[in-house]
Write a protein that binds this ligand. Sequence first.
Ligand code: CA
Length: 235
Amino acid sequence: MARLLLVEDDPTLALSLRLALTDQGHAVTAVGTLARATAATDADEPGFDLIVLDLGLPDGDGLELCARLRARGDFVPIIALTARHTLEARVAGLRSGADDYVTKPFDLPELVARIDALLRRCTTWPTSAAATSPSDETRIGRLVVDFRRREAACDGEAVALSDLELRLLMYLLARAGEVVTREALLVDVWELPASSRTRTIDTFIYRLRKLIEPDPAHPRYLQSLRGAGYRLDRA
Ligand code: CA
């Protein structure tokens, strides 16, 4: 059982989400505004295990809460619910520190699966990170990552990488020079069924490219191979 904070202003959607998540055995605190979500995260002593965060809230942008939590070093997993379809908008979400996002409208079972996967990953993160970390500091193009400390810098300037971004990078690094299929990424990094139809991977690759590549339009390090998958080259 996990303690979840559900931030969603659409009462119908909030109710069905709440029922579905309670049904999974989770304890759900539901709020409908940014102000109440902020108050809940400030007041909550033991901390939530995960936050489901709608981005379009009546009193502001859910991303503000994301950024606020990350700024104070709170890495509670956040799954964003967004009606924003553009790649740039989704990348902005990742930049603010959301770990994953689901685009509305979504299937309830898919969201529940993503929440479960995120909870699993985040409870296993510290040990798996230490065990598989290629070294303390790894450089890929413009990006330098310290997996153990979860710190990264692009051209010397600190950038925040989410749990999923770190996992994706680590996975690609461990297979540098090899072609990694989308299915493998879905199963091993996202812990979703290989058949999942999601554009999440594209968004993550796009964002990583912006951090890694000297010229993201002509990637040198992180290649997309049409119909095959992705390949990370160290040099
Ligand atoms: Ca909304």
